[in-house]
Design a protein around this ligand. Structure first.
Ligand SMILES: Cc1cc2nc3c(=O)[nH]c(=O)nc-3n(C[C@H](O)[C@H](O)[C@H](O)COP(=O)(O)OP(=O)(O)OC[C@H]3O[C@@H](n4cnc5c(N)ncnc54)[C@H](O)[C@@H]3O)c2cc1C
Length: 429
């Protein structure tokens, strides 16, 4: 009997995971840690720091434990995704691969490089616009507002799939373990910090319960979402959504149920509105792929030529960039946000908009450097949301430039200077 590989790279969860419900008879669950995404570099900037690597290792370890509790083994490989999968397929005589339909261009390209003997089936596991509502890319609106206006009225998010897992057919833990030595070695070398497991499935579901149901923070989200510091001003769901350990359809369903059972207001709507931004960038990346990484942006890339040449910096610009990264520009509001990012791996949305604007317009640096540094540091790094938002602020996406007046923004969002004081004093203590 031929075996199917089930790649869980973008769906590291048991809840709402169509890949775990496949009726195929013989199958092996698999995760590949992409070596280039965690050890490679772009524009001379490492693509991930230690915290991001540790978080990824912790989340893979957590899903492996969850699957083990269901008597399902997990093969964990490290390396070039296409190569590792093709080798494994040969070794196990696998003829089919099932996976979540990726968004990031490098993940899409990896699927194209798989050995031709492997029949690939992609399921869209992480979008709100599921099968029936799948937009046609050619006619997909390029700006957020028309996108939202066109699709929001139709949006019937399919309920999450939460039936118990069919236990049969999976390779067991002992059958999988012989393939796991490289991953186990990496995990023991870099010691995944299980405290960071807020990004794991269990941590994420607990967070959703706390934010929506127990604390009812969702009821004031619209008023608090522009804050800069704290634990309840926003959902903090971005990391598990980015890793696929939280299903966006599950989160959506929790919001809708809360609206039906407890209360609906502008704030509960606004959380859904923000999830539509995530959705928008996902479909835009599927539509334009690599053009999002072009320095001159999508529109010019289509009209003229995409410019993928790496940013070139004079030594003065290099110095400015290093200061921005370290949070030492001399502008307190920028520095506090950057130091917070460096310390915690996160930054509020308001902070991100401001430091991005500062790099692009005040320092006049190539926006892609900022996006690459964010990629290295953000624990919620998500290709479409990160590069899409940077392009949006730089005006190289489908919008005009968005420049922020930093001192006005600091006045508006940190009028008493508490945020700046807290972060900068903390750093100097
Ligand atoms: C320059 C820049 C870079 C960014 N990089 C990332 C990134 O790598 N990964 C990432 O998930 N978000 C990114 N964002 C969007 C946003 O800042 C974060 O999603 C948000 O701050 C995460 O916190 P939260 O989960 O508490 O968000 P909440 O305010 O609780 O929002 C709920 C969810 O909606 C989605 N969302 C909210 N705002 C946006 C947005 N502007 N664009 C896309 N999705 C959104 C996220 O999935 C988020 O988890 C970036 C924004 C900017 C301006």
């Amino acid at each position: 009997m031929s075996l199917s590989l089930v790649l869980l790279n973008d769906t590291m969860r048991l809840h709402d995971n169509p890949l775990l419900q496949l009726p195929t008879a013989a199958k092996a669950a698999l995760v590949v840690l992409d070596h280039h995404a965690f050890f490679g570099a772009q524009y001379g900037i490492a693509r991930a720091n230690l915290s991001r690597l540790q978080q990824q290792l912790a989340v893979i370890t957590a899903v492996k434990q969850q699957l083990a509790a269901q008597h399902i083994g997990l093969i964990t490989l490290v390396g070039n995704v296409a190569q590792r999968i093709s080798e494994l397929a040969r070794e196990l005589n696998a003829t089919a691969l099932y996976c979540a339909e990726p968004v990031a261009p490098n993940e899409r390209q990896a699927l194209l490089r798989l050995s031709p003997g492997l029949a690939v089936t992609q399921l869209d596991c992480n979008s709100l616009l599921g099968h029936q509502l799948r937009p046609t890319l050619a006619t997909l609106p390029d700006s957020f507002t028309p996108f939202r206006k066109q699709l929001e009225p139709l949006l019937q998010v399919s309920p999450p799939l939460n039936t118990p897992l069919p236990p049969q057919g999976w390779l067991t833990m002992s059958q999988c373990e012989p393939y796991n030595s490289a991953f186990n070695q990496l995990a023991s070398q870099y010691q995944p910090n299980l405290l960071q497991s807020v990004a794991s499935e269990q941590g994420a579901l607990a967070r959703v319960t706390e934010f929506i149901w127990q604390g009812r923070h969702i009821l004031t989200y619209k008023e608090t979402r522009n804050q800069l510091l704290g634990q309840h001003y926003a959902s903090f769901c971005s990391a598990p959504l980015a890793l696929g350990s939280l299903s966006v359809r599950q989160l959506w369903q929790d919001i809708v149920q809360f609206e039906q059972q407890v209360a609906a207001n502008d704030s509960t709507y606004w959380l859904k509105f923000e999830l539509l931004w995530r959705e928008y960038f996902r479909w835009q990346f599927r539509k334009y792929g690599n053009l999002w990484f072009s320095r001159n942006g999508i529109k010019q890339a289509i009209r003229q030529q995409p410019d993928f040449s790496p940013p070139r910096l004079s030594s003065r610009q290099q110095d400015k960039f290093q200061r921005w990264c370290a949070g030492q520009t001399g502008i307190d509001f920028v520095d506090a946000n950057m130091q917070l990012l460096n310390k915690t791996g996160l930054m509020s949305n308001r902070g991100r908009q401001n430091v991005a604007s500062y790099l692009i317009y005040d320092l006049a640096l190539d926006w892609r450097l900022g996006a690459a540094y964010f990629e290295q540091r953000l624990l919620d790094y998500d290709c479409a949301s990160n590069w899409g938002n940077w392009a949006y602020i730089a005006g190289t996406g489908n919008s005009s430039e968005r420049r922020f007046n930093i001192s006005k923004q600091a006045q508006l969002y940190d009028a008493d200077g508490r945020f700046v004081r807290t972060v900068l004093q903390d750093a100097s203590a």
